[in-house]
Design a protein around this ligand. Structure first.
Ligand code: PSU
Ligand code: MN
Length: 303
């Protein structure tokens, strides 16, 4: 029905039952500017390999679902303009119309599950936007965590979101939210959010066991692991608060809505921090790739 292409590396890993980590592509096309996006994508893949797993960056290229990209495909995607941003609602239509698109957390989870991949590393998940009580802007990432059995490693939720409401919705949806190595839920650029993580685990092994336990119980859905950004790369909440405030008021003034909100805010925060937010973003994605590789390794050992 649809065309699926595995990279040579992922195909070999799966044939040998080696651990594989899924990676999203929206962060490449909509989350970071060129050329830092391609440099980061390559570094993240290298980080997964350095921790005994194989990376599978996921995207739709000319109507084919790709599980793992060859380097030239990664490069093409990183340079492309006007690539579609694919969430759950968009994936089938993009394949049907032979389009090209980058997958968000939600669409990457769907594709990872189709490909039999249990663990996925990203930067931050989508969530409940500030002002959602009026705009109804709640990322499809949250619903996806409720229904697709993939463990997602993120540095928490971006401070551009309403983090308390995001945690409430995840609780309602029955999604386990795990603080890794700390009791607080991290806030992407900052280690602290001021909010407790509902669960805490200190090892990849525990996270892998909890992943398997949900399947054993017949529970659908995945887990969200909040892995705090390394201390050396973090930007404090106090520093960021006025910058986020400014970016948000500009978004409101310019009538930015829907899919454009997250990319707009990320780009403005990058400018307003003179690029510092990007350095932090890169550090936290690498940190998440490392932990995801360890979890994937534990899952395959517990097999
Ligand atoms: N994390 C980043 N940069 C990003 C995103 C996450 O560091 O660009 C993307 C992810 O793909 C996530 C999406 O799924 O933003 C959420 O978008 P929305 O709020 O429109 O659902
Ligand atoms: Mn949205």
């Amino acid at each position: 029905m649809y065309d699926i292409t595995y990279s040579s590396e992922v195909r070999a890993a799966q044939a040998a039952a080696l651990p594989v980590v899924a990676l999203e592509s929206t962060i490449i096309t909509h989350g970071m500017p060129y050329p830092q996006n391609i440099e980061t994508a390559r570094e993240v893949e290298a980080e997964v390999r350095a921790h005994a797993a194989v990376p599978a960056t996921i995207a739709v290229l000319e109507g084919r679902l790709h599980i793992g990209l060859e380097d030239h495909e990664l490069e093409t995607l990183a340079k492309a303009q006007d690539v579609a941003k694919l969430s759950r609602a968009d994936l089938a239509a993009c394949l049907a119309m032979k389009g090209t698109g980058a997958t968000t957390v939600a669409a990457t989870m769907i594709a990872a599950h189709i490909a039999g991949i249990s663990v996925f590393a990203t930067g931050g998940i989508g969530g409940v936007h500030q002002g959602a009580e009026l705009s109804f802007d709640v990322s499809a990432d949250l619903q996806e965590l409720a229904q697709t059995p993939v463990t997602v490693v993120a540095a928490g939720a971006k401070a551009i979101l309403d983090i308390p409401k995001t945690l409430e919705v995840l609780e309602t949806l029955g999604v386990p939210v795990i603080g890794y190595g700390q009791s607080e839920f991290p806030a992407f650029w900052s280690r602290a959010s001021g909010l407790a993580a509902p669960l805490r685990m200190d090892t990849a092994k525990e996270i892998a066991k909890a992943h398997a336990m949900r399947a054993a119980l017949g529970l659908p859905g995945g887990q969200l692991v909040g892995n705090p950004v390394p201390e050396t790369a973090e930007i404090s909440r106090e520093t960021l608060a006025p910058i986020i405030e400014q970016a948000q008021s500009e978004a409101r003034a310019q009538g930015i809505s829907g899919k454009s909100v997250t990319p707009f805010l990320l780009a403005r925060i990058f400018e307003l921090t003179d690029g510092r937010s990007l350095a932090t973003n890169i550090a936290l994605v690498l940190n998440n790739a490392r932990l995801a590789a360890q979890i994937a390794g534990e899952i395959s050992r517990q097999g």
